[in-house]
Ligand binder design. Structure first.
Ligand SMILES: [Zn+2]
Length: 447
């Protein structure tokens, strides 16, 4: 039994601030004592009462001028696209052809995949992200590389092999049969191994035949507990293309629904151009959406309608995605800053509480992991971030004028980035400490 104690201000969500008053949804400890045992939170108390009962032999780390929150959750990200962030001038379909499909071919080389996977996990941790739903490439070795690195850090990752059997370069194509067989072998190898979870990953409807989408749906039904992720209604040209490829379907989402790819643990990236019936389908089936504001702005795709998605009559689960590399930052703080602007252009003000909820507990709800991550609560896996309220001279000065927690959080959404992440803990272990000589340390493997 290993115990560790952390003292710092801390916050977590008990409910959804889109539907509850901030005071009901958010719990805040101005000075908390967090006790961790064997990788999970044992208790969270006010420091005064927690210190009074803390056994003398438990290591205590104190972070003044900080704020602890649950680890950030990235509901949509492509690790192979790290090498092409900031590719100039294209809309979605041209961007895929010109840049993405070129970069992804490099992942046939397992050594290249391992190198990028290693850098990717470090960027996530540097940004305070402790769980992500990750697209690999069509190559099974790209999935192995990602999960192998995640096992080293003991992070909870969701990932899968991209399936594509048409409308992509020959070198990136599988078939309905080989995509099914390779994905099945990867599920058997990785799903539920430690904290790793498998995600069946048809890239998007235009690059999969109906036979492949149906095979993906069959595979999902055969392996309860696995995930499905794909793209949905990102761009008008893409939507028109789907209409031509699947003329018998009533909408883009109906293509997936028809193939049995909607339901709990289905995550649809973007969903920018949605009809009421699409939101209703997501609500009815329990499917989740990943809002990727930096990507939608970068490619000029459009404005996600967060407040429509979250309508109280038929709420849809929504997580926040960076969508690297159409997205432009690994930081969920920067992503929230852009989510605020996207909502504002749509006539709504996204509060700081709503923002931080999306990045933590809301993301966990979207990924159906809200019984184990996304909150600071006894029994939960101890993945959390230490935010540095004095990370930069500007942040320190600005926050010295903040009147309350909501303002502090909103300024973090506006000015914060990876510099504001002082430490990232995975299952109770400080695997990333910004100011440590060796910033990244693999935890001791658990026996
Ligand atoms: Zn994407």
């Amino acid at each position: 039994m290993t115990q560790r104690a952390i003292r710092a201000p801390a916050m977590t969500f008990r409910g959804d601030p889109f539907h509850l008053a901030p005071g009901e949804a958010l719990q805040y400890w101005p000075d908390a004592l967090i006790l961790i045992e064997d990788g999970k939170f044992l208790r969270i108390d006010d420091a005064e009462s927690g210190l009074a009962v803390l056994p003398g032999d438990v290591a205590l780390t104190h972070y003044p001028d900080a704020l602890i929150c649950p680890g950030f959750i990235d509901a949509h990200v492509h690790y192979p696209q790290m090498q092409m962030i900031g590719a100039f001038g294209a809309g979605l379909l041209e961007w895929l052809d010109k840049y993405t499909f070129v970069a992804e071919q490099d992942f046939a080389d397992a050594a290249h995949a391992r190198d990028v996977a290693k850098r990717f996990l470090r960027e996530l941790l540097r940004a305070g992200t402790t769980t992500a739903s990750v697209y690999c490439t069509v190559h099974p070795q790209s999935v192995d590389a990602l999960f192998e690195e995640s096992v080293r850090f003991n992070t909870r990752m969701i990932a899968g092999k991209v399936m594509m059997d048409r409308n992509a370069p020959e070198a990136l194509l599988d078939t309905a049969e080989s995509g099914y067989a390779q994905s099945k072998a990867l599920i058997e190898k990785w799903h539920g191994r430690g904290r790793q979870l498998y995600c069946i990953t048809p890239r998007f409807a235009p690059s999969s035949t109906e036979a492949q989408l149906e095979a993906a749906g069959r595979l999902w039904r055969e392996h309860p507990g696995t995930y499905v992720q794909t793209h949905l209604s990102e761009n008008q040209g893409e939507i028109e293309w789907v209409r031509q490829l699947f003329p018998e379907r009533s909408s883009y989402l109906d293509v997936y629904d028809h193939a049995g790819l909607t339901g709990p643990r289905a995550i649809f990236g973007h969903a920018v151009h949605m009809e009421e019936e699409d939101f209703a389908c997501c609500h009815r089936t329990g499917s989740a959406l990943a809002h990727c504001p930096t990507s939608n702005l970068f490619l000029g795709s459009g404005l996600f309608r967060m407040f429509d998605a979250k309508k109280v009559e038929r709420p849809v689960r929504v997580g926040l995605g960076t969508d690297i590399g159409a997205g432009t930052s690994f930081s969920q703080l920067q992503t929230l800053g852009e989510a605020y602007k996207v909502a504002k252009l749509g006539g709504h003000a996204l509060t700081a509480e709503q923002g931080f909820y999306l990045a933590t507990r809301g993301g966990a709800e979207a990924l159906r992991l809200d019984d184990r991550i996304g909150s600071l609560a006894p029994g939960y896996e101890a993945d959390f971030v230490v935010l540095d309220l004095k990370a930069t001279p500007l942040l320190e000065f600005r926050l010295s004028h903040a009147r309350d927690l909501a303002e502090t959080l909103f300024v973090l959404m506006t000015l914060g980035d990876d510099r504001a992440i002082r430490a990232t803990y995975i299952a109770g272990e400080p695997v990333y400490e910004r100011d440590r000589a060796e910033s990244f340390v693999y935890p001791e493997p658990t026996p």
